[in-house]
Design a protein around this ligand. Structure first.
Ligand code: 6PG
Length: 249
């Protein structure tokens, strides 16, 4: 059982509908980008996959005030498929966030998941080690995460081997319930971020969100609980459906 460390002051914001959540998330990303570029000259962003972020990415896609040329677009995880596959997160991001071609190609760092999973993970780790040269762990300015109905986040699934990875930055992982391979940032990287932003919508996520936010629980059963940035902010932007199992107080 794990308890929420007192230092992890998570901030939860509930929105009546998913469109309001998307606008709020886009504003958080814009603000983080502006701060990072002002302070360090670049914004390092790890993108979430799945469907929830699509609306957020589409809102940002035509924003000419966004620092496209100063942002390093990375991925939190990827399915073990080629970039033109319908399940590819890189494909989803190309169709939404990057559809206006405002980001220079050299700023977009997809996971080459057309390679065998272990090779794709090693390859991506080299990409990140070049982006965060000399770092013991990469400190992303912002990592976007979703939440699966089973409590997974990125591609860290309940009972999956990558949950126990303590040295690699990027790992290949087996998703037992889905029977598929994935490539994912590991917990050390996720928890080294300056800011982590969860985007959660839908009633099917209500039980997982309750388990994630509960004071006590089991990280192995609900991997999203293990996201506790050691020296960073943790925010959950959720819609009312996803929050429907939470205690009202
Ligand atoms: C992925 C994601 C995964 C996702 C959750 C929620 O590659 O699918 O990284 O962790 O964020 O499964 O997905 P939805 O937003 O589609 O519900």
């Amino acid at each position: 059982m794990t308890a929420r460390a007192p230092g992890t002051a998570a901030r939860l914001e509930v929105f009546p509908r998913v469109d309001a959540l998307a606008h709020a998330a886009a504003d958080v990303i814009r603000s983080a980008a502006a701060d990072a570029v002002r302070e360090r000259g670049r914004f390092t962003l790890a993108l979430a996959g799945g469907s929830t972020p699509r609306a957020v990415y589409s809102l940002l896609s035509a924003d000419r005030t966004f620092p496209w040329s100063n942002t390093e677009f990375c991925f939190g995880d990827e399915r073990a498929v080629p970039p033109d596959h319908p399940d590819s997160n890189a494909r989803m991001v190309r169709q939404t966030l990057l559809r206006e071609d405002l980001a220079p190609p050299e700023r977009v760092h997809r996971i080459r998941a057309e390679l065998p999973p272990a090779e794709a993970a090693a390859d991506y780790e080299q990409v990140l080690r070049a982006l965060f040269a000399g770092a013991t762990l990469p400190r992303f300015d912002l990592i976007l995460l979703g939440l699966g109905a089973d409590g997974h986040t990125a591609s860290l699934f309940p009972g999956s081997p990558a949950l126990h990875e303590r040295s690699r930055w990027v790992a290949d992982n087996w998703a037992p319930a889905l029977g598929v391979h994935r490539v994912t940032l590991t917990l050390g990287v996720l928890n080294a971020a300056a800011a982590v932003l969860f985007l959660v919508s839908g009633r099917d996520k209500a039980a997982a969100l309750r388990a994630t936010l509960a004071a006590d629980g089991d990280d192995a059963a609900t991997p999203a609980r293990a996201i506790r940035p050691a020296n960073g902010s943790l925010r959950y932007l959720v819609d009312a459906d996803a929050a429907s199992d939470l205690d009202p107080r």
